[in-house]
Design a protein around this ligand. Structure first.
Ligand SMILES: [Zn+2]
Length: 360
């Protein structure tokens, strides 16, 4: 199943390939679970959903990968020893396989929903509402993103994205420099002002990334842009940076600044993930597998969206491996059965806990 899913390429923005990958996933999942998934339309996108009774526990996966069409030709799925490699094997087709097998292992599947979206790697612009509505209807959301060297993810930073556009006035650099307003000079001031919005002591990074300015080398440039990536551990910091970004002021006389973008997603953290992690650690110990670690992650995932609606969310329940989003990503095949068992055990424990509490 892992080989088939990895071989069915699924870049986020390729509708044709995604449709084929959805079909492969639906067919293999239906054969394993004995149930066809629902196809859920979410804006222009399709998601797959397996529901068993009224959902109490949401398993969340995404099918898309960061790898463009054709990657599979130069880097096909392969197994070497206990490692499998291939585009998307770790993030997160391995986790999806584990999720399907975890459900298949359960004698009682009632109360489980598995949702498979197709736009996580581009920030879930189409499926964010679906993810949030699905999470909100359940008591816990378990996200099948890769682990961090085996550790589950109990916290994720929140994120923001901005583009700063600087407008000056073009002029001939030799003949008439004084009538120009240099957007590149203004850009240099703004890059430093943006840097100063970081507060590393509290985990806030405000990072100027791509810059563009000017057209030709003998002209005072009239237009410049700066892309900015923001990461922070709490909402207050995201808001502080947001108002700082919107308050950027031009230094070069005559230059103007406009800022687009904003806060993309809230951090995941707090007591919800910790209580779920305790269930995970207990399940892991019951399986005789020793101690389980937890970690916080700088990157964002759909776990941020699920946790933003107040539902306890735990992430990193997917594959054990390495090199996510990088050439040579791989997963540990030996870890797949025990990770699937962890998931199955957690789902049972959480669902039964909810049952005893609600008395049904
Ligand atoms: Zn992922």
């Amino acid at each position: 199943m892992l080989a088939a899913l990895v071989t069915a390429e699924s870049p986020s923005e390729n509708a044709l390939l995604m449709e084929q990958a959805l079909s492969v996933t639906a067919r293999l999942g239906a054969a394993l679970l004995g149930l066809e998934p629902e196809r859920v339309q979410t804006q222009d996108r399709m998601a797959l959903r397996w529901r068993f009774g009224t959902p109490r526990i949401l398993l969340l996966a995404h099918l898309d990968t960061v790898w463009p069409e054709g990657t599979i030709e130069r880097w096909p799925f392969a197994i070497e020893g206990t490692r499998a490699t291939g585009p998307g094997v770790f993030d997160m087709k391995g986790g999806l396989v584990q999720g399907l097998f975890a459900i298949a292992e359960l004698p009682d599947r009632s109360g489980i929903e598995l949702l498979v979206t197709t736009d996580e790697e581009i920030g879930s612009p189409y499926s964010k509402d679906l993810v949030q509505a699905s999470a909100k209807a359940t008591a816990a959301t378990l996200v099948l993103e890769p682990s961090l060297d085996g550790a589950l993810k109990t916290a994720r930073k929140g994120a923001g994205e901005y583009v700063v556009t600087i407008r000056g006035r073009s002029a001939h650099a030799g003949l008439d420099p004084d009538s120009g307003v240099n957007a590149t000079s203004e850009l240099a001031h703004q890059v430093q002002a943006i840097d100063r919005l970081s507060d590393v002591a509290v985990g806030t990074r405000v990072i100027p990334t791509c810059v563009r300015s000017g057209e030709v080398s003998n002209q005072i440039p009239a237009l410049a842009t700066i892309s900015v990536d923001v990461r922070a551990e709490d909402d207050a910091e995201l808001r502080r940076v947001d108002s700082g970004m919107r308050g950027l002021e031009a230094v070069v006389p005559g230059a103007t600044i406009s800022v687009t973008g904003g806060i993309m997603c809230s951090p995941m953290g707090g007591p919800g993930p910790q209580s779920l992690f305790r269930v995970a650690a207990a399940t892991w110990a019951e399986l005789g597998l020793g101690a389980l670690a937890s970690a916080s992650a700088g990157g964002t995932s759909d776990a941020n969206h699920a946790s933003a609606v107040g539902v306890p969310t735990l992430d990193g329940l997917g594959a054990v491996g390495g090199n996510a989003h990088a050439e040579g990503e791989w997963l540990d095949l030996d870890a797949m059965p025990e990770r699937a068992a962890l998931l199955a055990g957690m789902v049972s424990a959480l669902r039964d806990d909810r049952r005893s509490r609600s008395g049904d």
